[in-house]
Design a protein around this ligand. Sequence first.
Ligand code: NAI
Length: 343
Amino acid sequence: MSKIPATLIPGDGIGPEIVDATLAALDALGAPFEWDRQVAGLEGVKTANDPLPPATLASIRRTRLALKGPLETPSGGGYRSSNVRLREEFKLFANLRPAKTIIPGGRYDNIDLVVVRENLEGLYIGHEHYVQIDDDPHAVAMATGINTRAGCRHILDYAFEHAIALGRKKVTIVHKANIMKALTGIFKETAEQLYEEKYKGRIQMDTIIVDACAMKLVLNPWQFDVLVTTNLFGDILSDLVAGLVGGLGMAPGANIGADAAIFEAVHGSAPDIAGQGKANPTALLLAAALMLDHVKRQDLGDRLRRAVDQTLNLDQVRTGDLGGKASTSEFTRALVARIQAGG
Ligand code: NAI
């Protein structure tokens, strides 16, 4: 079977550890990827003096497909997030973050939600500056958010189509149009127009203000199905829903555009546990399963998800963040054995 070229960015902190675990699982599955290894983030700065080297961009331009470990971004100064730049460079307008319970008996059981986050606009565009007053250069901080009708339509269309394709029942539009009347009002208004135009009768839609949504997700998450929202709210709510299914170690993400798709874990580089063999690779493994779905190998994606489930639940092999004692490599060995057993 012909190989599918794909860019591999091991990333920073725990990135190389969870990427190795994921590659071991993909090899055991016989996944069809032909990897082109590249660097970005802190590793890019160290080895190529650039957090997003031209060779990495050229690779993704060629393959249009990437699996990426987390990339470190300095807070409050330094270089701009390579993650945000990658999304902009390849116009990855949709960030898909499914959250599904794998380990039963937690605080919340039977969670099966999808957060669709707008990935290119809103308050994430980074148009920020300070205003000096007297001798304080940072006396006032300002940020500009931009949402466009076209950008809202693009992500909303994607969310409705994706929800319908997955056989979902309802799309919830999350906004803050009561306060940010223009910036997030345009999102709500576009959703309502689009629904009347194309989706009424095909799927349900409702709207909710983001703060109420956060509370309801904690009180009764089962009332939701697919949530779609603007960039910053999506960032926050997708971590919240990751918490409903056992934390960041369980949450995969896909960044989708017309010309490329980049798959990653929702979590960051976890510098506090990097290099200690403690990282939970499940989020990146589930991201790799989404990548297999994306290249129309859902058969392999399903096998990978099943093997992860069996390793965690039947074998009870779990890393520390899930209350277990297994190291990353012990978990990986158990997972590979499950894949090889054909589970
Ligand atoms: P983080 O997600 O790296 O870590 C938060 C907490 O969760 C830490 O206690 C960490 O040990 C734990 N954790 C995260 N992933 C885990 C895993 N797989 N297994 C076990 N425990 C895990 O968030 P933090 O510390 O705020 O960010 C660290 C760096 O990562 C920053 O430079 C940030 O900019 C970057 N980052 C990168 C992302 C990406 O590349 N997509 C996403 C989020 C943050």
